[in-house]
Design a protein around this ligand. Structure first.
Ligand code: G3P
Ligand code: CA
Length: 337
């Protein structure tokens, strides 16, 4: 068993809330995650037309809300290019908060998580402020500090609209008392330039997200040739450590899978083989948090079908500092049985 960077136990980050059990990014999903043992809850943040930060994984909201049933908004369906991808639907930046509050959340993957559809239509899209209010009241109620782990979604895109995410994010965090390097908050981004900008404006912990392929969209826009694979090298991680305190990585960057979905083995008969990412991140002084841990077999590697606990055990054995999980209770069962 390898140690974490600080020697403290890994943290459990509820990925979009307890999204295995409730429609993601709802106050109910976050509250259940806290009740199930999460240390941090993770809101993905986008902006409304009037500049309010709300929790959605995408700014296009037809997959996770009932907007298609709102005839009054039918004429706002449109096609946009977001970070190079063409999307058709309804976009948060075209609606005021008051309008978005008339919508209700729904389960993203009903075919896989059908029990969660019983909650469709019940809950609003929450604002960042409402999420912080929930975290503070739950922390006081249970006597345990719950952190928040907000992600800036499409930061360059929102900046181009004059709806910068960073300014209201920092203002809200400051107004609600989050300050200093030890504050229970991590601000994450798949882009680089907004994290660098944030590092000049705040000493709150920052997290560079790394995916298993592709490159940060701000690098696409600026024609920077570097990819996520470049950022995940030992030298790339040292560069990241100049502006961030952690990396949040696709777990396949730690244990790559083969084309069949089995964890890759570099030595015949010996399984599975990790990369040096955890070692290199720690050597650069960076915490490393991995995503996304889910219980369903269709998400699990072949090695751990029916055994999500085994997957956590494998990753924790490397000394990772935290996991993003849709099922914080399963992570807790392994970490704090
Ligand atoms: O933010 C890291 C983790 O949440 C994975 O990304 O796409 O689910 O927001 P995503
Ligand atoms: Ca996220």
């Amino acid at each position: 068993m390898s140690p974490t960077l600080t020697g403290k136990p890994p943290i459990i980050i509820a990925h979009r809330g307890a999204s295995g059990y409730r429609p993601e990014h709802t106050l109910a999903a976050y509250e259940l995650a806290i009740d199930l043992g999460a240390d941090f809850i993770e809101p993905d943040l986008v902006s409304t037309k009037d500049g309010v930060l709300i929790a959605r994984h995408e700014n296009e909201i037809s997959e996770t809300t009932d907007i298609v049933n709102h005839r009054e908004f039918a004429d706002r369906q449109t096609i946009k290019i977001i970070d190079g991808e063409t999307k058709k639907g309804w976009f948060t930046e075209d609606f005021t908060l008051a309008e978005l509050k008339t919508l209700r959340a729904k389960e993203r993957i009903p075919e896989m998580r059908s029990p969660n559809t019983r909650y469709d239509g019940l809950w609003e899209i929450p604002t960042l402020q409402e999420i912080i209010d929930l975290v503070k009241s739950k922390s006081a109620q249970i006597g345990r500090t719950i952190g928040i782990y907000p992600e800036t979604k499409h930061p360059s895109y929102f900046k181009s609209l004059g709806l910068s995410l960073e300014k209201p994010l920092l203002a809200t965090l400051k107004a609600t008392g989050y300050q200093g390097t030890d504050a229970p908050v991590f601000i994450q981004s798949f882009e680089v330039s907004n994290l660098k900008e944030l590092s000049r404006k705040t000493d709150l912990p920052l997290v560079q997200l790394l995916n298993e392929s592709g490159k940060p969209f701000d690098f696409v826009a600026s024609r920077d040739s570097r990819t996520y694979a470049d950022l995940a090298t030992a030298s790339g991680l040292r560069e990241i450590s100049k502006y961030a305190q952690a990396v949040g990585v696709n777990k396949n960057l730690i244990f790559p899978r083969d084309s069949a979905g089995k964890l890759r083995s570099l030595t015949a008969g010996v399984s599975p083989s990790p990369t040096f990412l955890v070692t290199n991140a720690h050597a650069a002084g960076l915490l490393i948090h991995a995503w996304t841990f889910r219980n369903e077999d269709s998400f699990l590697p072949l090695d751990f079908q029916g055994n999500p606990q085994g997957e956590y055990e494998l990753f924790f054995s490397l000394g990772i500092d935290g996991v993003f999980s849709d099922y914080p209770d399963t992570a807790k069962q392994v970490l704090r049985p």
